[in-house]
Design a protein around this ligand. Structure first.
Ligand code: IMP
Ligand code: MG
Length: 177
């Protein structure tokens, strides 16, 4: 029943050059700022770790873990923080680091939630964006690439907690026997 095919979407080289370009854009905009990158666990952990190596000045990093309630593949839109930031964000420039923007609910929720701490600014860096699936307003200030409405895995991104360790990004096609 659970039979899937993985097809390559982004090679390691393509991901590397996307991340390098994003690092350069961020480095240009945030030099001399107090930048805190807030990584959304678990999907963005690999992206964050590569991204910060392209920033030629000291930054702080923190992590949040979100839980989204819902039946099946679609999230209900009810989101809860299960691991909050630990750094005081007041007066800081915050950059949320996310793997994929889908419905937009995660980003919308987290921006509102982090704003309570009174940061100087909040922006979003996303590796991938599925704009066709947007349900609420959300966008990336720094974006790796747009993707079609496909389910992707690899480079930190999972399907049922598997495939996060793949160095490349693949799209998943269910196979019907
Ligand atoms: P949103 O709140 O609907 O924008 O959901 C974004 C989250 O859904 C991402 O952080 C991912 O964890 C997850 N997600 C969305 N699309 C995919 C996918 O294609 N593969 C794996 N996870 C995905
Ligand atoms: Mg995620």
């Amino acid at each position: 029943m659970d039979d899937y095919r993985l097809d390559l979407l982004f090679s390691k080289d393509e991901i590397d050059s996307m991340v390098r370009r994003l690092g350069e854009e961020i480095a240009r905009d945030y030099r001399h700022k107090e930048l805190v990158l807030v990584c959304i666990l678990k999907g963005a952990f690999m992206f964050l770790s590569d991204l910060i190596r392209h920033l030629p000045f000291s930054v702080q990093i923190d992590f949040v873990r979100l839980k989204s309630y819902g039946a099946g593949m679609r999230s209900s839109g009810v989101i809860e923080i299960t691991k909050d930031v630990e750094i005081d964000l007041e007066g800081k420039d915050v950059l949320i680091v996310e793997d994929i923007i889908d419905s937009g609910r995660t980003i919308q929720f987290l921006k509102d939630r982090l704003a309570i701490a009174n940061p100087r600014s909040i922006r979003v860096c996303a590796l991938l964006d599925k704009k066709a699936r947007r349900e609420v307003e959300a966008s990336a200030d720094y974006l790796g690439a747009d993707v079609e409405d496909v389910f992707v895995v690899g480079y930190g991104i999972d399907f049922k907690e598997s495939y996060r360790n793949l160095p490349e990004i693949y799209y998943v096609t269910p196979l019907r026997a």
